[in-house]
Write a protein that binds this ligand. Structure first.
Ligand SMILES: [Zn+2]
Length: 67
């Protein structure tokens, strides 16, 4: 049985001279590790990892500058 955890990675872009961040891209991630694994969840296809926050669906925000 594989891990049921999923995440949505939202790439944001800051708008200059404002405090606003626009959601630019939305990427759905699925953990490919075996069920009950330890450590962070990992989507092998996209090479993304995320921490378990006790929810099956985790929302992640990332500023475009960091990528
Ligand atoms: Zn997992």
């Amino acid at each position: 049985m594989s891990c049921p955890h999923r995440a949505v990675l939202i790439i944001t872009r800051e708008v200059q001279h404002t405090a606003t961040s626009l959601a630019r891209k939305r990427i759905e991630l699925q953990c490919h590790m075996p069920g009950g694994h330890t450590g962070p969840h990992r989507d092998e296809t996209l090479g993304e990892t995320w921490q378990d926050r006790g929810e099956e669906l985790t929302h992640l925000l990332r500023s475009e500058k960091d990528t």
